[in-house]
Design a protein around this ligand. Sequence first.
Ligand code: ATP
Ligand code: MG
Length: 388
Amino acid sequence: MERVISVSLGEIVLKGLNRKYFEDRLIKNMKRVLRDFGEYSIYKEQGKIYLEGLHDHQEDAIKRLRKVFGLVYISPCIRTSREMEDIREAGLTLVKEKLHGDKMTTFKVETSRSDKRYPLKSPEISRDVGGYVLKNTENLKVDVHNPDFMLYVDIKEYGYVYIDRTKAYGGLPIGTNGKGLLLLSGGIDSPVAGFMMAKRGVEVDAVHFHSYPFTSQRAEEKVLDLAKIVSMYTGPMMIYSINLLNIQKEISKNCPEDEMTILSRRFMMRIAEEISKKRGYQVLITGENLGQVASQTIYSVDVINRSVQMPILRPLIGMDKVDIIEISKDIETYETSIKPFEDCCSVFLPKHPVTRPKIEDIEESERALDIETLIQEAIEGMKIVNIQ
Ligand code: ATP
Ligand code: MG
């Protein structure tokens, strides 16, 4: 009997001819989060991936694997031979670990038998294992409709027995869907947006705009803290940090006050596009959400899109704020996001931002600015932090 961890894959199993490409990438990503756990091995068996030799780090390993996109369930298993005696014993061992005290508990055994030549059918195996466990424990009953816990038996090359299943995020392995540049502010939304695109397989780096010294050093650190949390899911992350203050001052001096937000947003996009051209990002990603604030109307989305050629992905566009907050709590960015440090946009926040900007008016306002030079100067001052 050997303790192993099994992981089950979600959408990857539907990938047909490309499946190996997705699986290989997934295994690479799994190895990355487990790299400091010493010697262990990984093998595939009929739709699942197994990790052997991680028993000393089981809990930690599962916690980390939960953040690897492409995985759906993670279970600590006992691997046995395919002999019924061994499978029964493994079931009993796991159930005994699960039971505590004298409270009455109910369970159900479910078997999946991928080798149809195996002499017993799935329901027979379940009945056999269930009977053995009942005979050798107290305060336990079978309840096939509403059990307190399930005991799973998988018959493959080996027998696998397990109870607990940790739900992971699903999605696709990072690195199977290109590279995106996230516009990361210190708010609640953009970290969630980065998480969501990474979950679809996009490799995510981030650009942040600040207005130092109008915004503080602490505000900068907050964004790096957020990036660190996001990078637990996305893997190593580059953070490009850009000072927008000069651009904001120029806008403020030369353009209508109520266009401040939309004009600076267009500069952010252009700068992000410049970085992308040099460093190979295919899409920009923002945390914009329709109607959430005055600057996020359908008209602004249009005018912002027209500042660049690149596609801008807005994974939160149709979500409700409560649902975004729920995700940010789940991925643990929320507590950091709500820390009260000023954002670069709040420094020059207009009293009444335009909600229906017209592209002609905006372009007219921008004629007062030397766009090219402002962008180049901002990029020359760029700082890069590499988060591992
Ligand atoms: P967030 O919670 O992500 O800050 P928000 O609801 O505050 O979003 P806005 O401030 O209007 O909305 O920003 C919309 C989007 O523009 C953000 O989600 C982010 O992608 C981008 N953005 C805004 N400010 C910055 C910044 N200082 N640096 C980088 N990106 C920014
Ligand atoms: Mg914000």
